[in-house]
Design a protein around this ligand. Structure first.
Ligand code: PMP
Length: 423
């Protein structure tokens, strides 16, 4: 990607531009004006006062990098990393990095607004939903959700399809009366229930699911309709991996560090009428109303992480949106699952075929004693982080949006070779 392609339109407004000189233009700043601002838009050209970094070429960069199959923090798109690198020292002629900017300055406001706008485009988020950029990880949302959506006496329903929905359920026990209406534990979390047989509570304020269980590799392919209340989904590990009809949900939340950015940013998409009813003891940082009223700027937000998410969103839009992204993800997952299923039992994936995750592929070796060797040899071939979660063992290949097809093809070729040598 050329660097001219790497810059995108951002508008910066300056109070007083009289001291600026028009010289070399490294990072053009456009002159678009918004109706609400009182600042005078001007066209400026900036020269960095210190040396700017020459961005490395993508081709040389990829030779240095590994294929990282980690579950999160996880691999990020290479072009996004290179763009961030090129902008690190001096963001678009502002004379500072994003890390050094005031979160209330015009520059950062343009960053967070563009991130939100691109996310709205990607997921086609209706206007009656708010988008919040928060901190504390998805784990904090396990508490924030019951605190904001119900009273201590309220019943809520949880479908437990793996470790993450189990953790969400357990945290909710402190703030309301959650009920597990289905659990896949006895089948080692390899299934998603049929929706027709669900015994939902008539009074439930919400029905909580984990859209994709990162550890167990089970993914909802469709969504249940709550009998009462709203549907709430933890989409941490399949966020922006495919189109989602947001209007079916009251709330969607996701830690960014799998598909859309670095750790430190948690995204909440919430229907506006659900905001404003937090329990009295809710800490200010967990109250959606506070964050909504302040456009995620009540306190200092994770600015750099939001900037990185914005670059990822922009990249996903440029790829053609989530339909295109899903096509790529399906292809990668198909290649990997086929390799496992065609191995005559040498590799196994325990998950029910109809609900296998497109993002996290857990698998074991028939000869379990070879697993250490498998992981070691793969690492030598620059394929890392293939060890399964400590709670389940085996292997796990996380193949998020940013994992290139070449990474999956290389892994599959390695698996075949390993089998030929060890079968
Ligand atoms: N939910 C899911 C599905 C996850 O995969 C994770 C993290 N791996 C979490 C919740 C917890 O996220 P965090 O570490 O951001 O709190």
């Amino acid at each position: 990607m050329s660097m001219s392609m790497a810059t995108s339109n951002h508008t910066i407004f300056l109070h007083n531009a009289t001291n600026l000189t028009n010289t070399t233009n490294h990072f053009p700043i456009t002159t678009t004006r918004t109706a609400t601002t009182t600042f005078k838009p001007i066209s400026i050209k900036c020269t960095a006062t210190t040396r700017t970094q020459a961005p490395p070429q993508a081709s040389t960069q990829s030779q240095d990098r590994v294929f990282n199959f980690a579950a999160g923090p996880a691999t990020l798109p290479e072009n996004v990393l290179l763009k961030a690198q090129s902008e690190l020292y001096n963001w678009r002629g502002s004379g500072m990095s994003v890390m050094e900017m005031s979160h209330r300055g015009k520059e950062f406001l343009s960053i967070i607004q563009k991130a939100e706008s691109d996310l709205r485009t990607l997921l086609n988020i209706p206007s009656e939903y708010s988008v919040l950029f928060l901190q504390g990880g998805a784990t904090t949302q396990f508490a924030a959700i019951p605190l904001n959506l119900c009273t201590p006496q309220d019943t809520v329903d949880y479908i437990v399809t793996g470790s993450w929905s189990d953790k969400a359920f357990k945290e909710a026990q402190k703030y309301c009366k959650p009920k597990v209406i289905w659990s896949g534990k006895s089948e080692k979390y390899t299934k998603i229930p049929s929706f027709s047989g669900l015994n939902q509570s008539t009074e439930a304020r919400y029905l909580h699911i984990c859209g994709n269980e990162t550890i167990h590799g089970v993914e909802f392919k469709d969504y249940p309709t709550p009998q009462n209340g709203v549907l709430v989904a933890d989409m941490s590990s399949n966020f922006c991996s495919k189109p989602v009809d947001v209007s079916r949900f009251g709330l969607i939340y996701a830690g960014a560090q799998k598909n859309v950015g670095p750790s430190g940013v948690t995204i909440v998409i919430i229907r506006k009428d659900l905001i404003g009813n937090a329990q009295g003891l809710t800490p200010v940082m967990l109250d959606y109303k506070i964050h909504d009223e302040n456009n995620s700027l009540y306190n200092t937000p994770p600015c750099y992480g939001i900037y990185m998410c914005g670059l990822v969103f922009e990249d996903l839009v440029e790829q053609g949106g989530l339909k295109e992204v899903e096509k790529k993800n399906k292809k990668k997952a198909e290649i990997l699952y086929n390799a496992i299923d065609d191995s005559k039992g040498f590799f196994r994936c325990p998950v029910d075929k109809s609900v296998r995750s497109l993002m996290n592929v857990p698998f074991t070796l028939e000869k379990a004693e070879l697993e250490v060797e498998f992981i070691k040899e793969a690492a030598k071939e620059k394929m890392v982080q293939l060890k399964g979660h400590r709670s389940v063992g085996g292997m796990r290949a996380s193949i998020y949006n940013a994992m290139p097809l070449a990474g999956v093809e290389k892994l599959v070729a390695f698996m075949k070779d390993f089998q030929a040598r060890h079968a």
